[in-house]
Design a protein. Structure first.
Length: 125
């Protein structure tokens, strides 16, 4: 299981913060539970965090397949109520998952894109 290159330290005070594949992360022994959620540990700052932290799957009571289905419906343009009916999920849950996925996408966009056109939430206009 050597997929740790996809993860990075989430501690903003850590010198390895945000660096993927830096070799500073390891899986905390004994942290793999029945649902295959691991705890990761940064060797630089000693912080521990769930591999799901910052994603819509973090602390979700829904099965991951259900969360993915909700987000696929939203991505296809279904409304919150419509998605809730189709996936048999409370509309408040659909709204919460959408907000988390939006924040996650926003952060990923900022990491991957060199420049972005200004918009209403931009700090620079
Ligand atoms: Zn760290």
């Amino acid at each position: 299981m050597d997929d740790l290159a996809r993860f990075c330290c989430l501690n903003s005070q850590c010198p390895e913060h945000g660096k993927r594949g830096a070799g500073n992360l390891s899986v905390v022994a004994g942290s793999v539970n029945k649902k295959a959620r691991r705890m990761l540990r940064c060797q630089a700052c000693k912080a521990r965090f769930s591999e799901r932290k910052g994603t819509p799957l973090f602390d979700s009571r829904l099965p991951s397949g259900k969360v993915e289905s909700v987000l696929e419906h939203i991505a296809e343009g279904c409304g919150v109520r419509q998605t809730g009916r189709l996936c048999k999920v409370d509309r408040g849950t659909v709204g919460r998952l959408s907000r988390i996925a939006g924040d996650h996408s926003h952060d990923l966009h900022d990491e991957l894109v060199a420049i972005s056109p200004p918009h209403a939430r931009s700090p620079i206009r």
